[in-house]
Design a protein around this ligand. Structure first.
Ligand code: CMP
Length: 133
């Protein structure tokens, strides 16, 4: 199924000049970058994006991290883009992530894990509305 997914290249990656390396992982796997914004996320937008984690012990730290410096917000398209991008990104904790996944290659920690991508079609639509509308 042809899908769109929303990806965030997070502050730890932009700070370390990893935008190009991360974009090239998606492009060389035949995924299409169809929209892209470099921005500093507001607290309000970040809290909306991570609403499901509100109240968890790491929530405040997560919001502080995502808003501390610029991020890149992407729309990526292709056949089964949601699951393919998540496979390229790897698991949430870089320490457990498969070889050559973006998080294994570049992730620093469970908190500073370099990239985010939508986990379902519903999440992709919700996240698109938050970041692009
Ligand atoms: P992400 O895929 O963007 O979705 C939620 C984010 O919360 C996750 O990546 C991590 O950056 C962060 N996260 C999840 N679990 C923890 C945790 N236990 N401690 C700190 N940060 C976490």
């Amino acid at each position: 199924m042809y899908e769109k997914t929303v990806v965030l290249i997070k502050p730890d990656a932009v700070e370390r000049n990893l935008i190009g390396k991360i974009l090239s992982e998606y492009e060389r796997n035949d995924l299409k970058i169809s929209d892209m914004n470099l921005m500093t996320a507001s607290k309000e937008t970040t809290e909306a994006h991570y609403a499901e984690h509100k109240g968890k012990p790491f929530f405040e730290r997560l919001v502080a991290y995502l808003t501390r410096s610029p991020i890149v917000v992407l729309v990526i398209e292709g056949e089964n883009a949601i699951s393919r991008v998540r496979a390229l990104n790897g698991t949430t904790n870089p320490a457990d992530s498969g070889d050559n996944t973006i998080r294994a290659l570049y992730g620093l920690s469970l908190s500073e894990n370099t990239v985010h991508s939508s986990d379902s079609k519903e999440s992709a639509e919700r996240e698109y509305a938050i970041w692009f509308e």
